[in-house]
Write a protein that binds this ligand. Sequence first.
Ligand code: MGD
Ligand code: MGD
Ligand code: MO
Length: 696
Amino acid sequence: PILIGQDVSLFNGLLQYLHQQGYADSAFVEAHTQGLDTALKSSQAETDIQDVAVKTGISLEKLQLFFEKFAQTEKVMTLFSMGVNQSSRGVDKANSIINCHLLTGKIGKLGAAPFSMTGQPNAMGGREVGGLANMLAAHMDLDNQQHQQLVQSFWNSPSIAKHVGLKAVDLFEAVESGRIKAIWIMATNPVVSLPNADQVKRALNSCEFVVVSDICKDTDTTQFADVLLPALGWGEKDGTVTNSERRISRQRAFLDPPEQAKADWWAVAQVAKKLGFTGFDFANSHEIFKEHALLSAYQNAEINARSNAQSFRYFNLQGLTDLSLDEYDQLAPIQWPVIMRNQAEHAFAQLFSQGQFSHADGKAKFIATMAIDPVHQSNTEYPLILNTGRIRDQWHTMTRTGLSANLSTHKAEPFCEIHPNDALKYGLKEGELVEIKSAWGNCVLRTVLSDNIRRGQIFAPIHWNDQFASDARIGKVVNPVVDAISGEPEFKHTPVLIQPFYTQWQGVFYVREGYEHIVKNSIENTVWWTKIQTAKAVRYELADRRRFTQTTQHLKQLLPFEDESFEWLNLEDQTAHISHSVVLKEGRLIASLYIAPKALLPDRDWVASLFKRDRLSAMHRKALLAGQAMSMGNSEGPLVCSCFKVGKNRIIQTIKENNINHEKQVTACLKAGGNCGSCLPEIRGLIKACQAELTQ
Ligand SMILES: Nc1nc2c(c(=O)[nH]1)N[C@H]1C(S)=C(S)[C@@H](COP(=O)(O)OP(=O)(O)OC[C@H]3O[C@@H](n4cnc5c(=O)[nH]c(N)nc54)[C@H](O)[C@@H]3O)O[C@H]1N2
Ligand SMILES: Nc1nc2c(c(=O)[nH]1)N[C@H]1C(S)=C(S)[C@@H](COP(=O)(O)OP(=O)(O)OC[C@H]3O[C@@H](n4cnc5c(=O)[nH]c(N)nc54)[C@H](O)[C@@H]3O)O[C@H]1N2
Ligand SMILES: [Mo]
């Protein structure tokens, strides 16, 4: 449980420990590295393990155990992802990890390496084609003159970029200030995913020409498009993707393309041709791949001959440059470098295994890393630190996962996790709305108490946005600080204040698919709402600041199911602040609205399930109007195991009935957790909670 932003302290501390205790692999360091002195010097502040414990917030015992285990274990992998990268010290954090592996020679061996986990399914592929402002295609460096010349001469181009371009945060600042006048946004949703996200909105608003290519019509970013280009999505397009072990896989389309949609490469090629450039007459992804492979191999032999074979480029697809269309279609997954077509499967499975690194002198470099705190610290005005990240059942900005009823049942609403003691301190209760404010923006989320989170911190997921909720786009709140080298934002560390968000009433509204457009505007006019996909209907959780009486009048006027074919059932209790409305058509449920104190609102899954019925019996109608299932039945509760559709209530019941104390028993009884396993932590948590309940 490291304090946010303190990884350099941790790994500098480890480096010092390994050095002091004699765990260095001196022969390896001597033969294959340089710069150890600078790394030891820059980590002077971490020579005392007690200091490291204080700085990282990790107990001394845990720290000692970790250091000792790292030292004693021959093969260590350090896997890191966004907790490390998304920081103003992200590059230093990664380097401090690599330093420890270099010092102990735990690198370039099967099962021993620092391993940066890329997040996007094809993040590696994106790098190979140079899809960043600071790189050239084929993994070549923009600020390397030899690489500039290679790319320029390969493409016989009159000019080539000589300076690193603008990275995402700087880019949108340049758009807002008018230095950039036209922008083409492809396959990303920056109004949601960038920090200080309202700045991105302002920038797009003022930009003269905005083109957006997306597979969805309505996203927070497509709202700003002057031209919106429909793109082919995963499953509809073909090409290759590369994973984290450098393995290139053919990706084949298995769905028919929607009518007007085109592959992104096609759109780029059309524009290039219209601009008058030659060389964009690609007929298919095979032709593009061949050119990509040729660039990776371009002049490698000559360069190697000139420079004693030390500075060769690892990203080399020489062996794939002459694939026929048929061979490309049949291509089996293959790991680069691919020097020869028929090279042995494991020829290059392990890079750096000979202690040969890709610097000019063949040696790996230790990099000096200083432990420096995140840029913005908490203070009396903004006393808490906001951490942001992912949840299991949503992907990024929800343009795809948000459409799935199954995935949406796990965690239905945008939320904020907070330690129970902090909740008490700031006057928050489980399930109530909380407003989160920073110097950059604010959000309103559902409070979730959790002792998995440290005091002084809160956590909010990155997924919800203006398409799914009134006020849950957390990017608005996040500070736009970036790492000086990588440009990666400090997404995990923003000082914030929190306060209860008071409303007059809350409710839940369902509308059958197909009728949604009729009520969208009126419903989304309430002060707080979130939208959840269910199997046959859309569910809205609502809250508002208008008085109850005003609201019930108002909403009924705004639910335009007036014509005679609609049948209304109403129940209203002004004193108890309860109002239920059910709308039917030919016996089928069309919409239902429940406004009531929280404890009296109906079971959400039960109401959703009634939309699956073609006719409702008299008993159903009565129960619907009452907002109360006739028998409590076996409500699954929130979905825990998405693979086998097992809900929280059923798991708890099974744990209690069978006195279960191990997750395997849950799997044996219910199958839950037996496939992908991603719900096992949650199942373990439920077992723990049930046991705690028993001993109370
Ligand atoms: N279900 C699902 N899976 C996904 C994605 C998704 O959207 N949904 N996105 C994919 C993508 S693109 C990515 S990049 C990956 C990201 O994968 P991860 O990086 O694993 O995920 P995050 O949730 O961003 O956060 C990582 C963890 O870092 C912790 N953390 C925060 N600050 C620090 C710190 O200073 N130091 C350390 N050591 N830890 C810290 C957070 O508390 C969190 O637990 O996930 C991929 N997988
Ligand atoms: N606060 C905070 N913010 C974060 C993060 C965090 O941890 N905290 N994590 C960051 C990270 S690691 C990532 S990777 C980003 C993700 O952020 P984004 O990349 O902005 O999020 P996505 O939802 O993946 O956006 C992809 C968009 O492209 C569309 N799309 C899908 N396939 C295609 C296609 O083939 N062609 C085209 N043209 N469009 C397509 C989708 O509909 C969607 O609108 O978020 C970043 N933002
Ligand atoms: Mo990512």
